[in-house]
Structure formats: structure tokens, C-alpha cells
Design a protein around this ligand. Structure first.
Ligand code: SF4
Length: 664
């Protein structure tokens, strides 16, 4: 490779302790091997942050990465990736965001930003193409995300209208939640896009890093612009034919949740609690005041909402995502206006929606069952449907006030702090909370597999087969006939998407294929919603990714190349976690793990209603390990597999630490 296209070819290093700023060249072999985004970041984290480094120490690093498609005209090429050792889980911490920061960072000429050390006083990093400065952020410390963005825009003469940056800069910032080291703290891209999972915002707060603002004016070099334009047009046109397109175009992820998603994915088999009916997407229609999208995305799945009457009158901002509706089910609120308020408050305080939602659901379950009382909750009645209580708990979580200090450490440390056997109610995998305790286990066996084998803990965004299953939402075009046809065409098996509880090795194969697709997205900088993850028939798939990569980079790629790269990064992430002590037992849903460890069923699960058992889960887990080339006994990538993927140095490292064993 002589001339670089797609990749900027540069790594920006900022050391907050010493103040040193330097730019390194991206190692050339990384481009084909790891593609970009989460691929580059996983390699850097593996090399720099070993088991001897704690998350909340100056030696932990923050890695911001973009992919080769980020900032180009490739469909939904908006994404950037934030990676660190997670203070919540102690393992790989990574989160992905859309918005505009990734595109601006690429346009300023950087694929990677690495932040090391810890500042003594609050700072933010200002990047203006070649100019990079660590600036005093004393005047920003204590401000919420929206006020911080406004101040940064004033300082750098950028325009911000209704939460949208209009001329030139992008920001990543934390709010009070990050400053107070809440494990629910996310990093916000602009006003409304969040890199949320794993307490990433708390690492920024620990380092006294309020944010990064970037102005990028150099564009992204593309090898064959006409070819890229034609390919992008062709893909958008094809996507428009997909049965799900009208739903996504109008409702975004809200369409997933209203109706069947809520009923099937959020099965209520835990602690006997009831849930109300979902607020279907139509409930938000009176609030919709326009649509919003990330860089380069014609889908604009995001909505701008305005509450025009009632007690939340005046609330306006971007959202609500499907996640929020899931919490509405568990909070037992039917108010779309409240959810708009809840969503905005998360964005302003820099709180991750699902971290807050899962912690509050935990508190509600504990309160309902008398495990905790007002004496534990600073006098707040944590009853279902109590909207004021939810908003107050959120504020306390952000500032670590009183009971909020426990919620801020949900699930594992929070339950330890609270005691009272509250860990029984804290559903998590590898320390990462489940959305709500019953999520996923009402869906399909392989959906459960994907959620629990993911490298950042419980995760629906890297380890999951398409959410579409039998009885999903036929009114949105996901009919049983369609699913039968897709199963037949793709796997020669009509039941792949139709028999969610059978042990069917073809479904594990489908899950593995989908997982690779999601890995590719995070590596190249593309939004998953543009792919077959969301558009089951006509969405972007492997060959399209190859076409886009070749047009953007000018490099020859094949489908085999990108699958191998996805496998490589997946194995590298699992190797990272193995080095931190993660083993097969950590890949089970928490109620099965309980059974394995304690020899008895989880006391709060209605076993007769749970279709996931040790027997059927072990069968699919074994098959998934086989496909991935992992050792069945330990759940760790084998040495042979790592070497096959060009990760001999990783295999050697694990051998030296006596972590690798022979394949079973
Ligand atoms: S589909 Fe939605 S989240 Fe994805 S890039 Fe487009 S607007 Fe952003």
C-alpha cells in the first residue's frame, strides 16, 4: 500500500499526565488484518492494558477509533468506537456511537486517538485538523452535556441549533455522571448519541477529561469515488425494497420494541412481577417534531420530540430509542411524554439509558418484595409507575448521592454494597447487567447464546442473531412465510428462524454469521441498522461490505478476507478477556450460572417458564465454540486457532501465562 484511502493512516497520542501530544503512523499491516474501528482498538488494548492494570488508574487508556468507511458516503458510515478496560466489568470495555464525531475525526486526519495518563485538573482536548491542544476545562466541569456542548461551540465559533451541530465540529463529552465516576456514565457524541456500556464515561471522569472537540476540514480520501457513489446508491435503493424499510424509516428502533419485541424478548419470568403492555411506537406520534440522522445516513432513524402539554410540557430533544420503551414496560408507565423526559435527562446527565433502566428495575423489584424499604432509598417510594421517584433516582445515580451511590455501581458492586441478598435480583453476565432480568430468555435459544457469549458481557449488539423470529411483527412484513423462505434459501433449513427453542446447529451457524456481520460493522465504521441485522432481506451483507471497502480503500478484498478479519478480532477480544480470567462459566446466562455454581435452580426464576435449560444451552454453546475454534472446556480460543488467524503473539502470551490448554 503506498497511497492511503479510507484510512487516514495516523494515530493521535495525547498524554494527560505529561501533556505530550504526538502523531504516529498506523502500522500498515493493521489495515488488512483489523480493518479499523474495534479491530484497531482491540489490538491496542491487548498490547497496552494487561491484567496488572486496573481500570481506574492512569495506566488504563481510552482509545477512540473510526473505521475506513467512517466519514465517507458509504451507507450509514457514521460510527466511531470507544474502548478501554471497563471499570464495571474489569474486562474489555467497548461501546460504539453514531452522530458526527467519528466523521469529523477522520476528516481531521486521524483513525485512532489514544488518551493516556490522568490530568490533575479538568481538561478537554481540542483538535482542529493539525492543531491539537489540551485545554483547561474548569469552566465546563460540573456542567451537563448540553451546556458543555453549548460552551464548546461558543468557544470555537460553531453553531448548535436544537442540539445539532451545524458547521463543522463534533464533540464527545461527559456529564456529571462521568465526573462522579458513576458506572452508568456514558460518553455522549453531541447531544443525543451515546457510547454507553461498561462505565466508559467514568474512565473519562477519572482522567479528568471532560471531552474532546474536533474540527475536521480535510475530508476523507476515497480511492474510487464514482464507484462508491454508485454502490451506495444501489444499496440504499435495495434497502428501500426490504419489508422492514417502512417501519425503520418511520419509527427507527421504536418499531422493534412496540408490540412483539416487548412480548417475546422481555419475557417476565423473574420474581413473578407483572409488566404492562408496551407503549407502541404510535404512542409517540403526537410528540414527533422531525427526524434526525447521523453522518451519511439516509435512514435517519432518530426522532426529534417535543412535549406540547401536560406536566412534561416543554421537554424537547432527540430520542426515544427502543431501549427506553423496554424500561417503560418495567417501570409500569404508559406516558410517552415521561419517556421523552427520561431520555433527555439521561442525555443531559451523561447517563446510559440501559444502565439507569436496569438499576431502577432492580430497585423496584427489591422494593416490591420488601428487601429494601424507604429507609434504604433515602425516603423515596420506589414503586412501579412512580415517575418522580425514577427521575430522582437518576439524578442520585449521576451524582452518587445516598442510595444513588449503590445504584451507580449496579449490578455486582452495587449488590455487594447493599447486601440483603440483593444479588439474587441483579441479572448480569460477566458483570454487565441484563436490560431487565427476563430479557432475551423469552426469545430464542441462540439469541440467549449471543447475549451471553459476547465479549463485553451481556450484549445484543455484537453477539446476536437478527432479532426477527416467529411471531415478531407480521404487520411490519416479518411474516412466518418470509422467515421460512429465508431459512431455506440461506441454510437449506426452513426451521432456522422458526423453531427458536430447538437445538438446531444451523441456527448456531446463523448466529455465528450474524455475529461476524456485526463485528465487521464495528470495524469498518458502519451502522448495524443498515445491514441484514435490521433489514433481513435486502440489508447490507458480506459482499456489499467488500464492495464498499474496495471502492473506498482501493485495496482488493474478498468475502473470505473480511470474515477472517471479523474472526480475528472476535478471537482477540476473547483472548483479552481470557487473560483477565474469563472462562466458559462466564458465557452462561446468570440463572444457569447460578445453577452450575450452587447446584440448585435460581430461587427467583420460574424454571417451568424458562425454555433455556443447561441441556439445550450447553448443546448450542459447544457448537458455537466449535465454529469459533475455542476450547470446549475453557471457552478460550485455542492456540491453533489464534495462530491460524495470525495471532501467534497472542497465543504465545497466553501460553506463557499458562492460560491456553489443548483443544477438547
Ligand atoms: S440508522 Fe440511525 S443510528 Fe444508524 S447511522 Fe442512521 S441515524 Fe444513526
Amino acid at each position: 500500500m503506498t497511497e492511503l484511502n479510507g484510512w487516514a493512516g495516523r494515530i493521535l497520542n495525547v498524554h494527560l499526565t505529561t501533556g505530550e501530544i504526538k502523531v504516529d503512523s498506523l502500522p500498515l499491516e493493521w489495515q488488512r488484518k483489523y480493518l479499523g474501528g474495534s479491530g484497531f482498538a482491540s489490538r491496542i488494548l491487548y498490547d497496552e492494558v494487561g491484567p496488572d492494570i486496573e481500570a481506574m488508574t492512569p495506566e488504563n487508556i481510552i482509545v477512540v477509533t473510526a473505521g475506513p468507511l467512517t466519514g465517507t458516503l458509504a451507507p450509514s458510515g457514521s460510527r466511531c468506537e470507544l474502548t478501554t478496560k471497563s471499570p464495571l466489568t474489569g474486562i474489555l470495555g467497548r461501546s460504539n456511537t453514531g452522530g458526527i464525531f467519528g466523521a469529523k475525526m477522520k476528516m481531521a486526519g486521524y483513525d485512532v486517538i489514544i488518551i493516556r495518563g490522568k490530568s490533575e485538573k479538568p481538561v478537554y482536548i481540542w483538535i482542529d485538523d493539525e492543531t491539537v491542544e489540551i485545554r483547561d476545562a474548569t469552566m465546563l466541569w460540573g456542567l451537563d452535556v448540553w451546556k458543555t456542548n453549548r460552551k464548546i461551540c461558543q468557544e470555537h465559533k460553531a453553531r448548535l441549533v436544537d442540539g445539532q451541530f451545524l458547521n463543522g465540529i463534533g464533540t464527545l463529552t461527559i456529564g456529571p455522571a462521568g465526573e462522579f465516576l458513576s458506572m452508568a456514565a456514558c460518553v455522549m457524541d453531541g447531544h443525543a448519541h451515546a457510547a454507553g456500556i461498561g462505565g466508559i464515561g467514568a474512565v473519562w471522569g477519572y482522567k479528568r477529561l471532560k471531552g474532546i472537540a474536533v474540527r475536521g476540514t480535510r475530508g476523507v480520501s476515497v480511492a474510487r469515488p464514482k464507484e462508491l457513489l454508485q454502490t451506495a446508491k444501489k444499496l440504499w435503493k435495495r434497502t428501500e425494497k426490504d419489508p422492514v424499510y417502512p417501519m425503520t424509516f418511520k419509527w427507527g428502533t421504536m418499531g422493534w420494541v412496540g408490540g412483539a419485541y416487548s412480548r417475546s424478548h422481555v419475557a417476565r419470568v423473574f420474581v413473578g412481577g407483572s409488566r404492562n403492555e408496551p407503549i407502541e411506537e404510535k404512542g409517540f406520534e403526537p410528540l414527533i417534531d422531525g427526524y434526525r440522522g447521523c453522518h451519511g445516513c439516509a435512514l435517519h432513524c432518530d426522532h426529534y420530540l417535543k412535549v406540547k402539554e401536560g406536566k412534561y410540557k416543554g421537554t424537547k430533544g432527540e430520542g426515544v430509542e427502543g431501549f427506553v420503551q423496554i424500561y417503560a414496560l418495567s417501570f409500569r408507565t404508559m406516558s410517552a411524554a415521561f419517556l421523552a423526559k427520561f431520555n433527555n435527562l439521561c442525555n443531559q446527565l451523561g447517563l446510559n439509558v440501559s444502565s439507569v433502566g436496569s438499576a431502577v428495575v432492580w430497585a423496584m423489584d427489591l422494593y416490591r418484595d420488601g428487601v429494601i424499604t424507604k429507609a434504604d432509598t433515602d425516603g423515596i417510594e420506589v414503586t412501579e409507575g412512580n415517575e418522580e421517584a425514577i427521575l430522582e433516582l437518576m439524578r442520585k445515580m449521576a451524582y452518587r448521592e445516598g442510595f444513588g451511590d449503590i445504584l451507580a455501581d449496579y449490578p455486582v458492586r452495587g449488590a455487594e454494597k447493599l447486601g440483603k441478598k440483593s444479588e439474587r435480583y441483579a441479572a448480569h453476565t460477566k458483570g454487565q447487567f441484563a436490560w431487565v432480568p427476563g430479557h432475551g430468555i423469552g426469545t430464542t435459544l441462540v439469541y440467549t447464546l449471543g447475549l451471553n457469549t459476547a465479549t463485553r458481557g451481556y450484549d445484543h449488539l455484537t453477539g446476536c442473531i437478527s432479532i426477527y423470529t416467529k411471531d415478531f411483527r407480521p404487520e411490519f412484513g416479518i411474516t412466518d412465510e418470509l422467515l421460512i423462505k429465508l431459512g431455506q434459501e440461506r441454510y437449506g433449513d426452513a426451521t432456522v428462524f422458526m423453531e427458536p427453542w430447538d437445538v438446531n446447529l444451523n441456527t448456531v451457524r446463523a448466529e455465528y454469521d450474524q455475529e461476524n456481520l456485526l463485528y465487521m460493522c464495528d470495524m469498518i465504521g458502519m451502522c448495524k441498522f443498515a445491514t441484514q441485522y435490521n433489514f433481513p432481506v435486502d440489508g447490507v451483507y458480506y459482499q456489499d461490505i467488500v464492495d464498499l471497502l474496495m471502492a473506498v480503500t482501493g485495496e482488493p478484498f474478498t468475502v473470505e478476507d473480511v470474515i477472517e478479519a471479523a474472526n480475528r478480532v472476535n478471537a482477540l477480544q476473547h483472548a483479552y478477556n481470557a487473560r483477565e480470567g474469563i472462562r466458559r462459566i462466564d458465557d452462561y446466562p446468570f440463572f444457569l450460572r447460578w445453577k452450575l455454581e450452587k447446584g440448585e435452580p435460581h430461587p427467583l426464576y420460574a424454571e417451568d417458564q424458562v425454555k433455556v435449560s443447561l441441556e439445550n444451552y450447553d448443546a448450542v454453546l459447544d457448537e458455537w465454540y466449535r465454529l469459533r475454534g475455542f476450547d470446549l472446556k475453557t471457552g478460550i480460543p485455542t492456540g491453533a486457532e489464534l495462530e491460524k488467524l495470525g495471532l501467534k503473539d497472542v497465543a504465545d502470551d497466553l501460553k506463557k501465562r499458562e492460560i491456553l490448554t489443548e483443544a477438547v
